[in-house]
Design a protein around this ligand. Structure first.
Ligand code: ATP
Ligand code: MG
Length: 644
């Protein structure tokens, strides 16, 4: 993995302070986390910091708290009542700013609506809403009364909605008359109608008005939110819940297989995320935070909703597509709201890179102080582009590693304590209180520089409570590979400075002639070619080598696909990674199959290349990407037949 020179000035050296905090946190993790937990508000203090009955961890046992109290009630008792909590930007250009006092009032009214619909502590509520303030308000309203929310990304199909609703046996579903996406209305209500034909558990549907689509609401099961709000009380007592009462259930992205319903606690989850947020994003009162993830993902739950609001910070939410009405929309939003912390994904950065940096020059991005990346390994080229052009060479980039299961970020620079020197493409060092390592096949720690499986050695507060309804799958997925440690499923390496580099998914690692190569290593090499915008690499079974390397690449605008370019690219990868990495097949495609969260589904490409079953596609973004790849493969086969 290429190590590029550090673009940072000496003010970030040395890192003694960070290492001191880290060291102390590991010497006494329970004492460390208890001190962090005391910074939140508890109705009753815990009896025990950690109850660890492997593989189940319960944090702050006996402690009583309420997430909505922490996120809103606390702030309205201070000057923050008039501070903006949410800057919301609708896709058509409408906008709303909600102060903490407005948010407080709305959360109470929505909580009253839920109660009037018969929802109480422990009931499952599904929120299938666009990125509008009502989504956040409903999440907090559920938390207020101890109901458990499951947010379903509003781009999912009826089948994906039905699968999740049935898995958790939801009693109530909240949706909207539609959502805006690229100027069109997504008919959420009719998707729900279709889904609910298969969901007997749902007793009640609440519909939020967003697009003014001419839909009919079928009473008594369905009601408009506005009608229910007429009967709503202005105050609902927050329900104190035990720390391990589930705050929510959220499904993983489905990048590697069928999504898992991950259950998160209230106390541990909030403690982890509040601490992580202030360390990673260098929390300051006047900051304006924009995390571009959808609220339907863990990153959105933690970094748009719970962590910023718990801190009384201002969070920006944008409803629509990044390229609507033009590719400049995001830069316009940064300028408009004076965003100081901008947190996005490598996929988005690579997409913007493909359009060139000229567009950035039209906007004043000088408010930016800190940039962040999450979701996938970021290739050094994209990192440097982000650093130079978006951050104006002044903003550190926090590349944060976490999973839906971890509940929050685990490995990342922590400028809120002290920013370690950055290396483009590395997630740097584990965060305080987090003990991670890299194991070989046999479960032994590997020496620095050697690749292996990323594991977490000690329980941490944001850790999942389990997989909903499936303790066996929980044990099997995370705890059976290596006894006593959490298996992340990611492949990684630690460099000579102890920095971590995530090299891809463990089950996507290629084994070529006895060597293991992570997909990210190969893909970094492919996209460092000047004509390539994006790439995915998979292995194809090969009787001699074990696996051969197959590349799927999307060209930059203006580049022409040709057999010569294929050869050139193969040579380029060989030069970058070494003679072992000579690709056997190169395909140019116009799009790669991705999950709705923007991650490449390599398992689909692998299935096509190996002629095996494609598996669960409910979280796929665009089915035509798969069709294109199948077609490219068929053409190749026909070509081979003709040659014979
Ligand atoms: P599923 O588990 O259903 O296959 P998923 O793993 O994509 O889906 P998430 O929990 O959203 O679902 O993603 C977590 C994964 O994303 C991590 O395991 C890792 O592979 C990848 N990831 C997240 N952040 C980073 C990062 N900064 N660098 C490298 N990889 C990352
Ligand atoms: Mg995963």
């Amino acid at each position: 993995m290429a190590e590029l020179s550090l673009p940072f000035k000496s003010r970030y050296f040395p890192i003694k302070k960070f290492l001191d905090v880290y060291q102390k946190s590991l010497e006494d993790p329970e004492g460390f986390w208890a001190a962090e937990a005391r910074k939140l508000y508890w109705f009753k203090t815990w009896d025990k910091v950690l109850e660890w009955k492997p593989p189940f961890a319960r944090w702050f046992v006996g402690g009583m708290l309420n997430a909505s109290y922490i996120c809103v009630d606390r702030h309205v008792k201070t000057w923050r009542r008039s501070k903006v909590a949410i800057y919301w930007e609708g896709e058509p250009g409408d906008s709303r700013a909600l102060s903490y006092s407005t948010l407080y009032r709305e959360v109470n009214r929505f909580a009253s609506v839920l109660k009037n619909c018969g929802i109480g502590k422990g009931d499952n509520v599904v929120l299938y809403l666009p990125m509008i303030p009502e989504l956040l308000i409903f999440m907090l309203a559920c938390a207020r009364i101890g109901a458990i929310h499951t947010v379903i990304f509003s781009g999912f199909s009826a089948q994906a909605v039905a699968d999740r609703v049935n898995d958790i046996q939801a009693k109530l579903l909240v949706t909207a008359d539609g959502g805006f996406r690229r100027g069109k209305v997504v008919p959420l209500n009719s998707i729900v109608d279709e889904a609910l034909t298969k969901c007997p558990s749902v007793e009640k549907v609440i519909v939020v008005k967003r697009t003014n689509s001419p839909i009919t609401v079928k009473a008594p099961k369905e009601s408009w939110l506005d009608d229910l709000l007429e009967q709503a009380a202005l105050f609902v007592e927050p329900e104190p819940v035990e720390s391990n009462h589930p705050l929510y259930i959220l499904y993983t992205s489905g990048t590697t297989g069928k999504p898992k319903g991950i259950v998160h606690s209230t106390g541990g989850y909030l403690v982890h995320n509040c601490s992580a947020y202030k360390w990673v994003f260098n929390l300051r009162e006047e900051s304006v935070y924009w995390c571009t993830a959808d609220i339907g993902w863990l990153t959105g739950h933690s970094q748009i909703v719970y962590a910023p609001l718990a801190h009384g910070a201002a969070t920006v939410i944008y409803e629509g597509a990044p390229d609507y009405p033009t590719i400049e929309r995001w830069w316009d939003i940064i300028e408009k709201y004076g965003v100081t912390v901008f947190y996005t994904s490598p996929t988005a950065i690579r997409m913007f890179m493909g359009y060139g940096e000229e567009m950035l020059k039209k906007y004043d991005l000088s408010s930016l102080e800190l940039l962040g990346s999450v979701g996938e390994p970021i290739n050094p080229e994209a990192w440097l582009w982000f650093y130079h052009y978006v951050g104006g060479e002044r903003c550190p980039i926090v590349d944060t590693w976490g999973q839906t299961e971890t509940g929050g970020n685990m490995i990342s620079p922590c400028p809120g304590i002290e920013c370690v020197p950055l290396k483009p493409g590395s997630v740097t060092l584990p965060m305080p209180g987090i003990e991670v390592d890299i194991f070989d096949e046999d479960g032994k720690p590997v020496p620095m520089g050697q690749r292996g499986f990323l594991v977490i050695k000690k329980p941490w507060p944001g850790m999942l409570l389990g997989i909903h309804g499936d303790p066996e799958r929980y044990k099997e997925t995370y705890w059976s590979r290596f006894p006593g440690v959490y298996y992340t499923g990611d492949y990684a390496v630690k460099d000579k400075d102890g920095y971590f580099w995530v090299l891809g998914r463990a089950d996507e690692v290629l084994k070529v002639a006895g060597h293991r190569i992570g997909t990210a290593e190969l893909e970094d090499a492919v996209v460092s070619h000047p004509q390539i915008a994006e790439a995915a690499v998979v292995g194809k079974a090969d009787p001699v080598k074990g696996e051969s390397i197959v590349i799927f690449a999307r060209l930059k605008e203006g580049a022409e696909p040709s057999p010569d370019l294929k050869k050139e690219l193969a040579g380029h990868v060989r030069k970058e990674v070494g003679p072992i990495a000579v690709p056997d097949e190169v395909y140019f495609v116009t799009k790669l199959p991705k999950t709705r969260s923007g991650k490449v589904m390599r398992r689909v490409l692998k299935a096509v290349a190996n002629n095996t079953s494609i598996g669960d596609l409910t979280t796929l973004e665009d089915a035509s990407s798969v069709e294109e790849i199948i077609k490219a493969y068929q053409e190749l086969k026909e070509g081979e037949v003709k040659k014979k």
